[in-house]
Ligand binder design. Structure first.
Ligand SMILES: Cc1cc2nc3c(=O)[nH]c(=O)nc-3n(C[C@H](O)[C@H](O)[C@H](O)COP(=O)(O)O)c2cc1C
Ligand code: SF4
Ligand code: FES
Length: 622
């Protein structure tokens, strides 16, 4: 492959972090100083498999430079291209795809301030205006020029609104969440102050003796940093049970359990696993989807931070059952605590023989690689996630082929959500039929619900499938300060708004479908009469416009037009009449739904449409 690079060099620091990741350069072309010099303009670098084998290191390399320098300079990007044999135009296309990477110089300290739905209802507007007064507008340098703040989509800390993430680049880079954030604290941190200790995890049911918790039962009890503590709370019983059952036995239990995926599409897990287990093409890969970027969603974060060994054990059971020897856990880039805990947990599991070759003296080989996203919601879509791991832009692929035939690295791949995977632990231990008695006949088991917004006790709740929305709200103490309920956003930005008359809807896959709504990723965001609902709708529209990968026209253009239309309605300046504007929105909705490649475009109008139809947000004239 011919690649032509610019004549710019990385700084010593940039070169050092790239070499630390990729190993020292082997040739002068790669930047080594002690081998034969090769004319840079006429070099034919590695091609074919040799080049493609390295490409998956692009995202980790970009992360390393961003963390070291605070931005990705042309010299650093060129050096990465040289080391990985990637044309610079392609690497540029990848680096610019992700919101957490900057290709412009940036100060080392960046405060990402969430302005998404739950934070909008929970104090973000006041925090942002304080910051504007004290620091200046987003992107403006603070006093010494060392820090800026930027508006951010949901940071997955919605129960602690308003949420912020502070990244500090340098020789010892740091990432810290500050939530809930007050302007005084945040500006102090931006000026170099200590980040206060985070509050304990918001799992209000933890410690309640009658809670009946299954997925959350270890939280608040087991030490997430200790494998021994995990084992003393029942950990690794499922892997031993899986070894006793054998792959076919585990598959039978998962099928009997009727487990449906919790990542949004409610696909039967056993069907996916069977298809990969049967597939003769090797190797097989397992992917744990921990990208969790749906606004209002934080369930996977709590699990990963508080019970990381459970996810590792569940991935090992899945790998054993489906013939995968390698699993990838793709974590969204904004979860620093989860990242650190997973790194530590994987090391402990490897050291103690729970990962690697011949696990626990069996013939099972399985190991996990961690991958970090970089601020792109679309990378939660399974095929976009594969592209992201492989070092390409996180753009969804056309389906078919489906991942079970051609997924990560074009190999048979199982991809599951974090919550789906940890359900398997109980299924294996207690048996699928017994598990299937929980919940409803079609939606078995329990579900994690992320309660946020104007609710008395925000946090992560676990309840059997089939609980009503009303019961769930009562568990969380109802509307904050007893104010009137305006609406509930169910399922996330890609979900639907529910009216106070619809609170008896049963939260199961079948009942929500029948009611024309969705549980989505388990978001239950409460909106009372104090919340600026038009602002929430416009934020949702802005989110989809910003997160559209731009690959297909209905979504790329439709999300922009949708946002413009809402802006005109909000400003009282509709094009034609209000009814004309609604008709236009209906047309945009239909086009995006019918003609978009992936779920992002297909659902980008759902929440907005439901609010316009049911909540009379703008005096609608129809
Ligand atoms: C735009 C978009 C974003 C998604 N984000 C996530 C995500 O963050 N986490 C997740 O598990 N699934 C997400 N999904 C669903 C995945 O594509 C996939 O269905 C899921 O990971 C499969 O796992 P499951 O069968 O365990 O649900 C997303 C889908 C779309 C269309
Ligand atoms: S629907 Fe949107 S996000 Fe999905 S592929 Fe098309 S442009 Fe990309
Ligand atoms: S962290 Fe702000 S909406 Fe989720």
């Amino acid at each position: 492959m011919d690649i032509v690079l610019h004549d710019v060099a990385p700084s010593d620091g940039e070169r050092a972090v790239i070499d630390a990741l990729l190993g020292p350069p082997g040739t002068s072309w790669e930047g080594a100083t002690d081998s034969v010099s090769i004319d840079r303009g006429a070099h034919v670098a590695k091609g074919g498999h040799a080049a493609r084998d390295q490409r998956h290191l692009l995202l980790p390399a970009l992360h390393a430079v961003q963390a070291r320098a605070g931005w990705i300079s042309p010299g650093a990007l060129d050096y990465i291209c040289r080391r990985l044999t990637i044309p610079p135009a392609e690497a540029h296309g990848v680096a610019t795809f992700y919101a957490l990477f900057s290709l412009q110089p940036q100060p080392p300290v960046v405060a990402h301030v969430c302005t998404d739905v739950a934070c909008l209802a929970g104090g973000a507007p006041a925090l942002c205006s304080e910051l504007e007064q004290r620091v200046g507008p987003p992107g403006a340098h603070r006093g010494n020029g060392n820090a800026i703040w930027l508006e951010s989509p949901c940071l997955g800390l919605c129960e602690r609104a308003p949420a912020t993430l502070i990244t500090v680049a340098g020789e010892e880079p740091r990432e810290d969440s500050l939530a809930p954030a007050a302007a005084d604290e945040l500006t102090a941190v931006m000026a170099g102050g200590e980040v206060p200790q985070p509050p304990p995890p918001a799992v209000p049911q933890a410690g309640q003796s009658e809670s009946g918790l299954r997925l959350l039962r270890r939280i608040g009890h087991a030490d997430p940093g200790s494998l021994d503590s995990y084992r003393s709370h029942g950990g690794y019983g499922a892997l031993r049970a899986a070894f006793d059952l054998g792959p076919a036995g585990v598959l039978r239990e998962v099928a009997d359990a009727k487990l449906l995926g919790r990542g949004g599409a409610a696909f039967p897990t056993a069907r996916k696993w069977e298809a990969v287990a049967r597939n003769p093409r090797r190797p097989h890969f397992l992917v744990c989807n921990a990208d969790e970027s749906e606004p209002g969603t934080f369930k996977d974060r709590v699990i990963l931070e508080q019970d990381p060994f459970a996810v590792i054990e569940a991935m090992t059971v899945a790998g054993f059952t489906t013939g995968c020897e390698r699993g990838y856990l793709y974590l969204r880039g904004e979860y620093p605590v989860a990242w650190d805990r997973l790194v530590e947990a994987i090391v402990q599991a490897r050291t103690r023989g729970y990962l690697g070759q011949g696990i626990l003296g069996t013939e099972c080989n399985f190991d996990i690689e961690l991958r970090k996203g970089a601020g792109a919601y679309i990378c939660g879509e399974e095929t976009a996630l594969f592209n992201s791991i492989e070092g390409y832009r996180g753009e969804p692929r056309n389906k078919p082929p489906f991942p079970v035939d051609s997924g990560l690295f074009r190999r048979p791949t199982v991809v599951n959500n974090v919550e789906t995977l940890i359900n398997v632990l109980d299924i294996v231990v207690q048996g699928g039929l017994s598990y299937a008695e929980i919940g409803t006949s079609a939606s078995t088991g329990t579900r994690l619900f992320c309660l946020s917004g104007r609710v008395a006790k925000p946090g992560l709740y676990e309840a059997p499938m089939g609980i009503s929305l009303r019961e769930l709200l009562m568990m969380a103490g109802g509307v904050l300060d007893g104010r009137p309920l305006r609406t509930v956003l169910l399922g996330g930005a890609a979900g639907r708004f529910m009216t106070p008359d619809e609170l008896d809807v049963e939260l199961s896959f079948e009942a929500t479908r029948e009611a024309g709504t969705t549980m989505g990723s388990g978001v239950v965001m409460v909106v009372d009469d104090s919340v600026d609902l038009p602002a929430i709708l416009r934020r949702i529209a802005a989110f989809f416009r910003d997160e559209s990968c731009g690959q297909c026209v209905p979504c790329r253009v439709g999300t922009v037009r949708q946002e413009e239309s809402l802006a005109r309605l909000a400003n009282g300046r509709p094009r034609g009449s209000v009814a004309d504007e609604h008709a236009l929105l209906d047309e945009i909705t239909a086009t995006m739904r019918d003609a978009s490649i992936c779920g992002l475009g297909q659902t980008a109008a759902d929440a907005i449409e439901s609010a316009l139809v049911k909540l009379n947000v703008f005096s609608d004239g129809r």
